[in-house]
Design a protein around this ligand. Structure first.
Ligand code: DP6
Length: 347
């Protein structure tokens, strides 16, 4: 196998490194609220699907010559204040390995930043896996999920493919608050269309948005009261592949999460006119018998879940919304090693 210049340089400088790809995931039952801010322990369980084509390609390199941890994101060196989540993961991995060297993290997201996919989910799960591989740690997926969660909550789900549940857990150390796959991707052949509706506004990020909601929204307790039941019902609908049930339950979960955020003071409001237009078009499609439903994270963009057969109809309808860009994908596998031969010329 041909070695890249980076590999040759790394061997010469005795560094240890690894590369991985980790996908984004989209929650059908949302994580929104923390019972422990430091450990990212959620107030409720959540449930997601792992997206096949969109995520982070990430290299982590430990080298005695490095003077501090560094993050290069999409080719740009990030300032130290952007490193907090990455550092939390690196520190966990260093502790487990008895390692003291600093690390350089290089990460590329293959989706437009404006797509509003949870780049922290793919990014932090990728850092977890790559750092553990670089230091040759033999961690179980459960242990990796726990470490990724400390970086960013939703990242604990990207280690797994298909249909994934992150349990709330009850322990204060978070050992029981990890994700696991409950059905593989081929359990149900679903398609996803990401409708990028972002018109350039910068939104409140999820970390701050959910904490502000927890602290100030009178609707937060109502959200939490129904959240666990929602996870159980969504899981059952997936188990029996009941599309219409899954559609109604997932949309309701999404709207309740957003309603709790909208009721915060001051409001945390992520939707734009195009967001609502897409929601209404999806409802009209479903009324006419097309299998499609939406879900929305902490931003204006909408992910529409459909079937491969109905996907062209959904695409045609959403293409009519002005200024919206559509990205197509399916459900896929979780984070995994990325062979050097598949990755050339990035440095
Ligand atoms: C709306 O995982 O980004 O996407 O744990 O603070 O890093 P932190 O938050 P993050 O929040 C994701 C929120 C969400 C819903 C979800 O993915 O479940």
């Amino acid at each position: 196998m041909k070695q890249t210049s980076w590999e040759i340089e790394s061997i010469q400088s005795q560094s240890q490194w690894a590369r991985v790809f980790s996908p984004s995931n989209i929650a059908l039952a949302k994580y929104w609220g923390k019972r422990d801010v430091k450990l990212n322990l959620p107030t409720n369980g959540s449930l997601s699907v792992t997206l096949k084509h969109y995520g982070s390609f990430t290299t982590v390199e430990f080298n005695a010559a490095f003077k501090s941890d560094e993050l290069v994101l999409n080719g740009k060196l990030e300032s130290p204040d952007k490193l907090l989540k990455v550092k939390r993961v690196l520190d966990e991995i260093r502790n487990s390995a008895g390692e003291s060297r600093f690390a350089r993290v290089q990460s590329f997201n293959n989706f437009p930043t404006a797509a509003g996919l949870a780049s922290s989910a793919s990014g932090l799960s990728a850092v977890t896996l790559a750092a553990s591989h670089a230091l040759k740690l033999d961690l179980s997926k459960k242990e990796l999920s726990e470490i990724a969660r400390k970086g960013s909550g939703s990242a604990c789900r990207s280690l797994f493919g298909g249909f994934v549940e992150w349990k709330r857990g009850s322990r204060s150390d978070g050992k029981d608050s990890v994700a696991e796959q409950f059905r593989p991707a081929d359990h149900w052949n679903l398609s996803a269309l990401i409708a990028v509706a972002n018109q350039g506004q910068k939104n409140e990020a999820s970390t701050g948005g959910m904490e502000h909601t927890r602290l100030t929204s009178p609707y937060f307790s109502a959200w939490i009261e129904s959240a666990e039941e929602s996870v159980a019902l969504i899981r059952s609908a997936i188990d029996v592949r009941d599309f219409n049930k899954l559609a109604e339950l997932s949309e309701s979960n999404c709207i309740r999460m957003h309603a709790s955020a909208m009721a915060a003071f001051p409001a945390v409001f992520y939707w734009q006119p195009a967001t609502l237009e897409i929601m209404q078009r999806v409802w009209a499609l479903r009324k006419s018998g097309v299998r499609a439903f939406f879900t929305i994270d902490a931003g204006p963009n909408v992910v529409v879940i459909t079937t491969p057969e109905d996907s062209p109809k959904v695409q045609a309808e959403l293409a009519r919304v002005s200024g919206v860009q559509l990205l197509k994908t399916q459900l896929g596998e979780g984070a995994r090693s990325f062979e050097a031969s598949e990755w050339e010329g990035d440095r």
